[in-house]
Design a protein around this ligand. Structure first.
Ligand code: ING
Length: 324
């Protein structure tokens, strides 16, 4: 029995700093209903899909910063999204800022979940590659304070059996690191879902600004091809609070081909039928890991943790997320 599924990338245009979650949720439900008309069973929303991309600002007031985080999922504000999924028989990937208390300590993560067609959360991921910086830097036209507001994700790269396939997740900057897709591929992912908020302007290397769309697709297409998996990447796009974010939300086949893509920078779906069984065309041949990989020669890929830990200790020492 073939394992085909009609899927959608559900791109969102800008979300205002003061836009209520109910507004973002209503916009996502509208995209779900459009997708339903096309027989979609699984839809992928962006990273931080409930709020504006708040790491672009230094937010001094802890009470204001707290307003960008979800302390429960679903909450009364997000429950309508779960209800719509159940009503439409549609699973979804949702990115949001998570606040949890574990052993009496508050932790904050840039997070995503998979919710199945019955409205059950079947997987959670916490962003591992946090880009940007910890201290605000006034030379920048906008900040990128993910290292300040979020902790390094502690759930690893996992694969979840749901919607008839093996589903993996990551978030935004993760897609630029081949290790992300390779770990998910080694764990059998047949579809990797990810959301992103990617500014067109990269302050440290403005000479690359015109390459942001290319690097976006290059990263995801390479990940799909080298691991024989489908990839759905979904943007929060457009000019959000004065910051231009790229679009280019797309569905990519295990061959690396982009088979569907959004055209604009607003709320928009692009859909396609995927077949999980097509992964075999790569995974049983050119990327037959058991037959062709040479892990004995890959040692350096897993070295360097001590340097990272030293740097991270410094960040945690000064962190704002330490419980007050
Ligand atoms: N955003 C960006 C991303 O990785 C970035 C940060 C932009 C890095 C451009 C490099 C170049 O797409 C997030 N949220 O990770």
């Amino acid at each position: 029995m073939s394992r085909k599924l009609i899927v959608a990338t559900a791109q969102l245009g800008p979300i205002g700093r003061d836009e209520p979650r109910a507004s973002a949720v209503a916009r996502m439900i509208s995209l779900m209903e459009q997708a339903y008309e096309r027989g979609v069973k699984l839809i992928v929303f962006p990273e931080l899909a409930l709020t504006t991309f708040f790491p672009r600002w230094m937010i001094e007031n802890p009470n204001e910063l707290a307003t960008f985080f979800e302390t429960e999922m679903p909450s009364s504000e997000t429950q309508p999204l779960f209800d719509a999924g159940k009503r439409l028989g549609m699973g979804f990937y949702l990115g949001y800022a998570e606040e949890v208390v574990e052993n009496g300590t508050r932790h904050r993560y840039n997070c995503s979940i998979i919710v199945d067609e019955k409205g059950e959360i079947v997987g959670k991921y916490r962003k591992i590659h946090l880009p940007g910086h910890f201290q605000p830097e006034d030379w920048r036209p906008f900040q990128h304070l993910e290292k300040r507001y979020f902790e390094h994700g502690n759930l690893g790269f996992q694969v979840h059996d749901a919607m008839g396939g093996k589903l993996g997740m990551c978030l935004c900057n993760d897609r630029r690191w081949p290790e992300t897709f390779r770990v998910l591929g080694l764990r059998g992912a047949e579809l990797v879902m990810l959301g992103y908020n990617t500014p067109m302007h990269y302050p440290q290397a403005p000479e690359h600004d015109h390459l942001q769309d290319f690097h976006n697709h290059l990263s995801m297409q390479a990940g799909a091809y080298a691991n024989g998996c489908w990839v759905i990447g979904t943007a929060k796009a457009g000019c959000e609070e004065g910051c231009d974010l790229i679009g280019g939300s797309c569905i990519i086949a295990p061959t690396g081909e982009i088979i569907a893509m959004t055209q604009g920078l607003g709320d928009e779906i692009a859909t396609a039928e995927i077949d999980f069984d097509r992964c075999k065309e790569l995974r049983e041949n050119v990327f037959n890991f058991a037959l062709h990989r040479e892990p004995g020669d890959y040692g350096p890929i897993c070295e360097g943790a001590e340097t990272r830990d030293r740097m991270r200790a410094d960040i945690t020492e000064n962190s704002v997320f330490r419980a007050h």
